[in-house]
Design a protein. Structure first.
Length: 134
């Protein structure tokens, strides 16, 4: 699996992470997904409902609104983004929630070293997804 992101999407996510640090920033990724590739077309930054440095939650109505918006624009809800004031690897809590989100991609930014990494659950195994910046 490859996740394609535009440079301005990454800049937006980094800015948001910096702004709310050390609270985890979060966003939803809309775009086009096929079996081997997901292309981000839109980044919807949302507040972290929990204002936590260890976990995040996006308001359910905002998730529903993003899904409706995606459907209207013939896009897919392809992933969730959040930042960590820690390394860019899924936490125990993330792993639990990944199971609820099926094949959704998880994009994590470390606000310590600016490292960006993406993951996807594949038959209950977490796999790292390569990120292509364009
Ligand atoms: Zn996390």
């Amino acid at each position: 699996m490859i996740l394609r992101l535009k440079r301005h999407h990454i800049e937006l996510l980094k800015q948001e992470a910096k702004k709310v640090h050390p609270v985890e920033a979060c966003a939803m990724l809309l775009g086009k997904a096929s079996k081997n590739e997901a292309v981000v077309r839109k980044v919807k930054v949302t507040p972290n409902k929990l204002k936590s440095t260890e976990r995040f939650e996006i308001d359910a109505e905002m998730v529903a609104a993003a899904i409706t918006e995606a459907e209207k624009e013939c896009l897919d809800f392809i992933g969730l983004f959040h930042s960590h004031p820690a390394p860019a690897v899924p936490s125990t809590i993330d792993l639990k929630y990944m199971k609820l989100w099926g094949d959704t991609l998880w994009l994590i930014l470390s606000s310590i070293d600016d490292k960006l990494a993406a993951y996807q659950l594949n038959n209950s195994t977490v796999e790292e997804v390569s990120i292509k910046m364009e």
